[in-house]
Ligand binder design. Structure first.
Ligand code: PLP
Length: 402
């Protein structure tokens, strides 16, 4: 029988064929904005959340060598054993947390996939997941896609955007399943100290909660020392999933390699989803990642120092022109407070783009508590940062005149 294509399209209700929980998800607030940016000339973009450095040569060479040797096959679902071993050694050395590469580590397609697997592996419909906000744009939707309930806990400039343990504890209910942490934080650049980490661990233990810890920016910490993983604290290893990857500190966004370390039952459950959806991460990129761990640390350190110099210039620049800006201790974002202009984040970002050709991301793209701020990435050259600062200063002066 001939199919009635009109019926398939359901003109009266085109969404009836689609999954309701996906249809009702908002699109990323910054997409339309950056589509507009792409059509404009002479724009300085402080909007990009990825390193402006090309992946260090030794790592690129690692991927070329992998291809030269004809390594073009699938790998084990969990990832190359040699890479998992290198990852676990790296995690033990830098984060004081011990994992067994055979059973407690999985290599994924970016930390994005690791996060997705972790959330899907632990969430039953209606389970609540608490996270610090303003936060990475994916968290809310990731949780919703797993039929969970996102519970943002606002963080504040007056507390250096750290997660206040008292606020966190107030958000815990009988339905809370996990706390999702991201420090250093995108978009605020905030970090935690040991005392705050211990307080969060204490809440997780007392309420029997899991912790998903997204450490994608952790090497980009400007105090110079990386905080031990929350899983290294007493009673935490069995309830923590350590999420990390190579995109930011090794400038490897396009390689798409991340990983998760955690208790066997959780990693094994994540593996099932990974096995049926992704199968494995690409072998060329896995071998490049192994090279990054072996020989990429010097390059990583020089990028970190350059980000720190840029951070100092951009934050000083904002404060000098009268926009109060918290000094971020990690990641590569400044988050100036723009409330003194009387504009909303979106108005500020739109007018700055149209009037001075500088692209920044409105803070409300990172959750309600980001309103009143804009995110400015300093993963761009010092020259562009200085020019952007001049243009922003001119924009502020024009606002005062009008
Ligand atoms: N987590 C945070 C906090 C991020 O900012 C990003 C990217 O911007 C990711 C995860 C995704 O990283 P990946 O490239 O490893 O998927």
């Amino acid at each position: 029988m001939k199919k009635n294509t009109k019926d398939l399209k359901s003109p009266r209700n085109p969404e009836s064929k689609l999954a309701r929980h996906i249809v009702t998800l908002p699109k990323s607030g910054i997409r339309d904005f950056f589509e507009l940016v792409n059509t404009m000339d002479d724009v300085i973009s402080l909007g990009i959340g990825e390193p402006d450095f090309v992946t260090p040569w030794t790592i690129r060479e690692g991927s070329i060598y992998s291809l030269e040797r004809g390594h073009t096959s699938y790998t084990s679902n969990l990832g190359l054993p040699s890479l998992r071993k290198a990852i676990c050694e790296y995690v033990a050395e830098n984060y004081k947390a011990d994992y067994d590469p055979a059973h407690e580590c999985i290599v994924t397609v970016g930390v994005s996939e690791a996060l997705d697997l972790a959330v899907r592996a632990i969430t039953n419909p209606g389970d609540e997941i608490i996270y610090n906000e303003p936060c990475y744009v994916s968290y809310y939707s990731e949780i919703r896609m797993a039929h969970g309930v996102p519970v943002p806990v606002p963080t504040y400039e007056k507390n250096n955007f750290a997660l206040d343990p008292a606020d966190l504890e107030k958000a815990v209910t009988p339905k809370t399943k996990a706390i999702l942490l991201n420090f250093p934080c995108n978009p605020t650049g905030a970090t935690l100290d040991m005392e705050q980490l211990e307080a969060i661990a204490d809440i997780a233990r007392r309420h029997d909660l899991l912790v998903l810890s997204d450490l994608i920016y952790s090497e980009l910490t400007y105090s110079g020392h990386i905080l031990p993983a929350i899983s290294s604290l007493p009673g935490m290893k069995e309830r923590t999933v350590f999420l990390h990857g190579f995109s930011k500190a090794f400038a490897m966004t396009g390689f798409r390699i991340g990983y998760a370390c955690g208790p066997f039952e959780i990693i094994d459950t994540m593996m099932k989803i990974h096995q049926y959806s992704m199968l494995c991460a690409p072998i060329t990129a896995q071998e490049a990642a192994e090279e990054a761990l072996r020989n990429g640390k010097r390059d990583m350190e020089s990028m970190r120092r350059e980000y720190m110099n840029r951070r100092n210039v951009i934050v000083k620049g904002f404060n000098r022109m009268g926009l109060s800006c918290f000094m971020p201790e990690g990641a590569f974002y400044a988050f100036p407070n723009i409330t003194s202009t009387g504009l909303s984040s979106t108005e500020f970002a739109k007018r700055l783009l149209m009037e001075q050709r500088v692209a920044v991301v409105p803070g409300n793209a990172f959750g309600k508590s980001g309103e009143g701020y804009v995110r400015c990435s300093y993963a761009t050259s010092m020259e562009k940062i200085r020019e952007a600062l001049k243009r922003i200063d001119a924009f502020l002066k024009s606002l005062k005149k009008s």
